[in-house]
Design a protein around this ligand. Structure first.
Ligand SMILES: [Zn+2]
Length: 197
């Protein structure tokens, strides 16, 4: 369950430009997603010939290619990175993606690709916490992406045989992150870009 990837974060403290610059120095092409809050996961099999490629209508990317950057943009939704042996997977998991089980789908896919169900390295990134994510102001119902994500992971994997790292920072509260709910539906986004080395 060793982490074999490098990840960059762009947020209020680090600009996206800065991260792109670092990746460019290392000649890492970047693949980003035109995210639609779906459970669609796209597999990348060839190294892109452009420095920046956008995959339309997807919320997940999987590749076994090294030195190819995969980018997630988020502002309250949960960014997820899964290292499954030679495969790297990124997910953008918001409420809709979580409800349509993007995490279960990704793990199932990775289990098929690797023929393994252990030694996966899973990182759940900063997201809006349960308390801040009220989805019904009358009934005061909240939504926990973390709880739903963990339950999907547990249904697919024995977590004692895999590594799970949770970043519990709330994007709504933390001053470091752009927050769609926290900042008047801002168009600004945080990014995670990672690549296998
Ligand atoms: Zn919160």
């Amino acid at each position: 369950m060793k982490k074999k990837y490098i990840a960059y974060t762009a947020n209020k403290k680090n600009t996206l430009k800065n991260s792109y610059k670092k990746l460019r120095i290392n000649k890492i092409p970047i693949i980003k997603m035109n995210q639609i809050h779906s459970n669609i996961i796209h597999t990348i099999t060839t190294v892109p010939n452009k420095i920046l490629t956008t995959i339309p209508n997807t919320d997940g990317l999987i590749t076994n290619l090294k030195h190819v950057g995969l980018a997630i943009k988020f502002a309250d939704c949960m960014p997820i990175i899964i290292q499954a042996h030679h495969y790297l997977c990124i997910l953008h998991a918001g409420r809709k993606g979580t409800q349509t089980k993007i995490v279960s789908k990704a793990i199932q896919h990775l289990k098929t690709l690797t023929q393994k169900d252990n030694h996966f390295h899973i990182w759940l990134g900063p997201h809006i916490c349960n308390t801040c994510y009220e989805i019904d102001p009358i009934k005061k119902t909240t939504f926990s992406m973390l709880k739903k994500t963990i339950s999907q992971l547990k249904s697919e994997l024995d977590l004692s045989k895999n590594k799970l790292i949770i970043n519990t920072e709330c994007t709504h509260i933390s001053p470091n992150y752009h927050s769609y709910r926290g900042n008047n539906k801002t168009k600004k986004r945080n990014y995670i870009i990672c690549y296998q080395h």
